[in-house]
Write a protein that binds this ligand. Structure first.
Ligand code: CAA
Length: 291
């Protein structure tokens, strides 16, 4: 199927990154959010990130202008019904995602493919609540979307081959690489990454190391671009906790129990970079470890 119009639900850090890469690849993008300010902020962020790519000669000024001209915004979810492909990138709560697909249902074209950028929720379960489980897929981008090469493709139990093939060619047109994952809790990337981050928080909780020594160890000792605690702040501690809970509940194994210290940070509202405080305090000139 030829995809031209793409609707993106949610203008947060994933949604704006997804809108960015689709517009740059030539798709018409309609970006939706319940909050008008978030839409304005998302367009400003996209423009700033496109500038970074112009500065490093990855794209031209003309590419940037063309990409921005392909992005429109709306606060009305039904407007996305005319899209060939909808990518839901709203908050990681199953009830919110179900409500979005429910609202879209009466407005969709018969051929519209629905997808979710969920990092861990069952694709089969989300699909079962829609009118088109065979045209529903997990479409999981990594943060920062314009930089990271991978997209995870997750088929639900009912997803048909045509839908998979279509999204696979979309990934190629974006200049990214697809990895297929079966529909089990947290798929591949987060099944492996989150227990590592959670273990780093246990290492901190048990006093084996402090924030700086833990991050330095993985950066310099394992060549990771960011330490696990710095990465947790970058992803969002609420998202990390939500994914650990999905692993713990979905696989019923105590090895996935979220660290109480991770829960404590989330309860404090210290969610990482987006709230300016997490394992580091970002309110000053340079990030300061909070432990
Ligand atoms: N948009 C466009 N370009 C960007 C960008 C953005 N949002 N963020 C960074 N860049 C570009 C920079 O302009 C720079 O480009 P040049 O090299 O051409 O100058 C390049 O990326 C590197 O950036 P920086 O020099 O600013 O910083 P860095 O070298 O420290 O790299 C990083 C930053 C790419 C984020 C790197 O630290 C990294 O790879 N970190 C790990 C990220 C990661 O693991 N992501 C996956 C998280 S898991 C996930 O997303 C799944 C989930 O469901 C939770």
């Amino acid at each position: 199927m030829d995809i031209q119009k793409v609707g993106v639900v949610g203008a947060g850090q994933m949604g704006n990154g997804i809108a960015h890469v689709f517009a740059l690849a030539g798709y018409q993008v309609l970006l939706n959010d319940v909050n008008g300010d978030s839409l304005n902020k998302a367009v400003a962020t996209i423009s700033k990130n496109l500038d970074r790519q112009v500065r490093s000669a990855k794209i031209t000024e003309g590419d940037k202008i063309a990409a921005l001209s392909r992005i429109s915004t709306t606060m009305s979810l039904p407007d996305l019904g005319q899209s060939d492909l909808v990518i839901e990138a709203a908050t990681e709560k199953e009830a919110v995602k179900n409500a979005i697909f429910e609202t879209l249902k009466p407005h969709l074209l018969p051929h519209t493919i629905l997808s979710s950028n969920t990092s861990s929720i069952s694709i089969t379960r989300l699909a079962s609540r829609t009118d088109r489980p065979e045209k529903f897929m997990g479409f999981h981008f990594m943060n920062p979307v314009p930089v990271m090469q991978l997209v995870e493709l997750i088929r639900g139990i009912a997803t048909d081959v045509a839908t998979y093939d279509t999204l696979h060619s979309v990934v190629k047109r974006l200049g990214k690489i697809a990895a297929s994952a079966e529909d089990f809790p947290a798929f591949i990337v987060n099944r492996i990454l989150m227990p590592m981050i959670n273990e780093a928080v246990y290492t901190l909780y048990e006093g084996v190391g402090n924030v700086q020594s833990i991050d330095q160890s993985l950066k310099l000792g394992a060549n990771h671009p960011m330490g696990p605690l710095e990465l947790a702040d970058f992803i969002g501690l609420d998202t990390c906790l939500a994914i650990m809970n999905v692993l713990h509940d979905g696989l019923a194994d105590t090895k996935y129990r979220p660290c109480p210290l991770l829960t404590k940070y989330v309860e404090a509202g210290w969610l990482g970079r987006k709230t300016q405080r997490g394992f580091y305090d970002y309110r000053g000139e340079i990030p300061i470890p909070t432990r």
